[in-house]
Write a new protein. Structure first.
Length: 91
């Protein structure tokens, strides 16, 4: 009880010290044929409700219409989104 009160009244500081620079992503599953498709997890809220990692790394999604999609939690490193529409999409 005393320990809980101490932590609540005197919380430890949170430091943005760059520890995430060593963050590693899993390898790209290029065998998954449905991986490079925009899918919305739209449920009336942006909560990234998905059953697996939403990985669009290195996908060619040029010209795709993703208006009003919920793309929360998506990983899009080196994804080609040229001429795509993402009006009112949530990330």
């Amino acid at each position: 009880s005393i320990l809980a009160a101490t932590l609540f009244l005197n919380p430890l500081p949170s430091h943005a010290d760059g520890q995430t620079k060593e963050f590693k992503l899993p390898p790209i599953d290029k065998s998954d044929k449905s991986r490079c498709v925009l899918n919305s997890s739209k449920m009336g809220q942006a909560n990234a409700a998905r059953d697996k990692l939403y990985d669009l790394r290195e996908c060619d999604l040029s010209g795709v219409k993703g208006d009003e999609f919920d793309l929360s939690g998506v990983i899009m490193t080196k994804t080609d989104m040229s001429k795509s529409s993402l009006r009112e999409a949530q990330f």
